[in-house]
Write a protein that binds this ligand. Sequence first.
Ligand code: SF4
Length: 232
Amino acid sequence: MILVDEIFGPTIQGEGATIGVPTVFVRTGGCDYRCVWCDTLHAVLPKYKSNWKKMTPREIIDQVNDLAEGPILITLSGGNPALQPLEELIALGHSYGHTFTMETQASKAKPWFRMLDAITLSPKPPSSGHDPDWNGLQNCLDAIAYTAVKPSIKVVVFDDDDYQFAREVHKRHPDIPFYLSVGNHDPKGEADTSALLSRMEWLIEKAISDQWYEATILPQLHVLIWGNKRGV
Ligand code: SF4
C-alpha cells in the first residue's frame, strides 16, 4: 500500500528539468524532513495523516488514467516519495505507456530508483534548517548508476548561504544537469510575486557575475502563475 496525499493534473511541471511539461502529480504522504519553509506540510506532518489514503498501485494508475486521456509523465512527489514502496506502481504505469519522474531531497536511496525515467535530487540548503546529507546524495546517485535514468540536481536558493551550498553541490557533481530555483518564502500566505522576481534577478546576477554558466536558473513557474494554491 502506498500513502497518497493527493493526485492531480494534468497540469504542467513548475520547476526543474521538466519545467513546462504536462504531467499528473502523485504526491505521497510522509517525509523524513521538516524544512522550515516547506510548502507541502499537508504531505509531511503526521497531524494530516488521516487525510492520506492508502492506495494500491492499481488504484493510483486507474485514477491517473481517469485524469489523463493517454500516456503522460507522472511526477512522484511528496513529502518524500522515496519512503513509499513504488516499484509496482512504476511497473504498472510503464505498462500503460506512462513515464515517471521523481523528486526527492536525496536522503533515502532505494533500489527501485533504477526503474524511473528521470529523477530530480533536491538536497536542501542551510535555510531549510537541515544539515547537508552528502552521503544520502551520493547513495541516490549510486542507485541509478549505469542505468538509463536521467538525473538532475535542483537546489532552492533563498539567500547567500544557500547559494554557496548550491555551488558546493555542483562542484561535487559537475556532470549532473544542475538547476537553481528561487525559494518561496511564505507558503501559507499569498505568494509575493514581485519579491520572487526580485530574488530571481539577484540570483541570476550573482551566478552570471561568478561566471557560473553551467547552472540553469528557473523560477517556480507554478507559484508565479497560481500562487500557493493546491492541486494545480
Ligand atoms: Fe517539505 Fe520537501 Fe522539506 Fe519534506 S523535504 S519537509 S516535503 S520541503
